[in-house]
Structure formats: C-alpha cells, structure tokens
Design a protein around this ligand. Sequence first.
Ligand SMILES: Cc1ncc(COP(=O)(O)O)c(C=O)c1O
Length: 147
Amino acid sequence: LSAIYFDHAATTPPHEDVLAAMIPLLRENFGNPSSIHALGQAARAAVDSAREKVAALIGASPSEIAFTSGGTEANNIAIFGAAVPASRETGRNHIVTSAIEHHSVFDACHVLEGRGFDVTYLPVDRLARVDPNRFARQSRTGPAWSR
Ligand SMILES: Cc1ncc(COP(=O)(O)O)c(C=O)c1O
C-alpha cells in the first residue's frame, strides 16, 4: 500500500531543480552569510542572488524580500510588522481577519488583542470564502496602507 500525501499546504517535497541548486550549498558552500570569511561571503552572494531572482519574479525590489524559516515566522513578521507601526502612526487598531486562519495568524491576533487591538473574525462560507461586502462593512476606514 503506497501513501498519498495530501498535506502540501504544510510542506511540499522540493522540486528536482531545487535539490540540484541546494545540494552544493549544503555540501560545500554552507557558510553563514553573516560571516566575514570567504565561505560566509560566498553564502552571502548566493542568498543575494536568490533574493534578486525572487524579487524579479514578483516585480519587487530585492530589499523588499525577506527569507524566513517558515510560515509562522512570516505571518508574525507580517502581522506585527504591519499592525504595530500603523497603530502608532495613525492610532488605528482594528484588525479584520477570517475565522479559519492558521494558529500562527490567530495567536498573533490574540496577542494584539491583549495589547488593546480590536480584532474582528469574519465567518466564511462552505468554500472558505469571506463575503467581500461583509469585509467592506467591517473595514471601518479601509486598510492602513490605503491612506
Ligand atoms: C496556512 C498556513 N499558515 C502557516 C503555517 C505555518 O507554517 P510553518 O509550520 O512553516 O511555521 C502553515 C503550516 O501548515 C499553514 O498551512
């Protein structure tokens, strides 16, 4: 009996091209990109090159690309990184999210609730969709980045 893997949202096997690109980095060029010695600087060059390629793919600037260890770290950076400065700069502290988010989103929202943020958890339909009209009604002044 062979297993069928249905959890690609959590993690997915790397493509052969990814493995081919990564193996030399893991085997030989394994330096810490923050190290000043040659091995570190070679690793830094590889990370910078990857950052430029990802930025070009999505029309961003390389300085806008942050590599993270995974989804939880990325969600924390995005949520705290958007909510805390926006609240400081504008006084706005209302977050609208859906009722079916991953715990990394829920937990960040709960922490912010404890710090005085007001969080609305919108329900979803049977296809996991948020009603955009309901979102528009909840979104009191529009997103913080729309000013
Ligand atoms: C939608 C979603 N967000 C965040 C995460 C958390 O990712 P990680 O386990 O890489 O921290 C997962 C993991 O399954 C996920 O499915």
